[in-house]
Design a protein around this ligand. Structure first.
Ligand SMILES: [Fe+2]
Ligand SMILES: [Fe+2]
Length: 275
């Protein structure tokens, strides 16, 4: 019998039939494997629910955090909720499925490589990952618009009832910080967007970093004793190290991205035990 593992994947984007087929083929190696799903499952709530339901039937524990795509409000989706209301609805859907979210008590992984508190986070971004040569969010955004780099979130990810996405991010960061301060064990930090700036340095369009995180979390991997940091969003699956902590980008990405480079190996990524 294989020993249990803490696994992670993100950016399944199941709207693409090839990705959906890959998800249909995902199986645990042990009945006690956990799966972390780090956002961008799909845009439509129905697709998110169906995918998480399938995974929940197979894995002992499934933990989900939202990506920007789940938070998009599109006319094609019968669920027209926006912003925080959309997020809370997705949390309710997860609760019905028995899938854990950032709104639940943090579970503790006690299998090989543990114990570690698994902390699903929804932190968003606040335009503080500035393009070189700019010193404020306004300057950064102006440079991005000039370069023709504008994330679709600007049109589809609404911050309601917050005044803007940066204010929503600030509230999320403050609440998560308080909860993490109460953890004594090592942590596995799970967020759709990277927690530090470093992973964004390889973006083909550097201006896109504005939509990729917040400088407020730059030291969280040290402060909260991270055994690993799990994120996605960049669609650049890889492992980087900062201050001796492993940062893992666990995305699948779009078929046009993974076809030429090959699928992430292994899929899903093994977070614990560390190899
Ligand atoms: Fe994505
Ligand atoms: Fe994303």
């Amino acid at each position: 019998m294989a020993s249990p593992r803490l696994l992670a994947v993100s950016d399944l984007h199941v709207r693409h039939p090839e990705n959906r087929a890959l998800v249909d083929g995902l199986r645990p190696g042990s009945p006690d494997d956990w799966l972390l799903v780090a956002g961008d499952v799909a845009e439509r709530v129905g697709d998110v629910a169906a995918t998480l339901a399938t995974l929940r039937e197979r894995f002992a524990t499934v933990v989900w955090v939202p990506g920007n795509h789940e938070l998009w409000t599109r006319t094609k989706d019968p669920v027209a909720l926006r912003g925080e209301h959309r997020y809370r609805h997705l949390v309710d859907v997860c609760r019905q499925l028995g899938v854990l979210t950032p709104e639940d008590p943090f579970p503790t992984w006690t299998g090989p490589g543990g114990p570690a508190v698994v902390a699903p986070l929804f932190l968003l971004y606040d335009y503080s990952f500035l393009p070189d040569g700019t010193s404020t969010s306004a300057e950064g955004l102006a440079a991005a618009y000039r370069a023709g780099v504008v994330c679709t979130d600007e049109y589809l990810l609404h911050p309601d009832p917050w005044p803007d996405r940066a204010a929503w991010c600030a509230a999320r960061v403050a609440a998560a910080e308080q909860r993490l301060a109460g953890c004594d064990l090592p942590t596995v930090l799970v967020n759709h967007w990277p927690l530090t700036r470093l992973p964004t340095r390889v973006l083909r369009r550097p201006e896109f970093a504005l939509w990729c995180g917040t400088t407020r979390t730059a030291d969280w991997h040290v402060r909260f004793r991270a055994a690993a940091v799990v994120y996605g969003h960049l669609h650049i699956p890889r492992v980087t190290w900062e201050d001796g902590v492993r940062f893992v980008e666990v995305s699948l990405g779009y078929p046009r991205e993974w076809r030429p480079r090959g699928l992430p190996d292994p899929l899903p990524h093994v977070v614990l035990p560390a190899r």
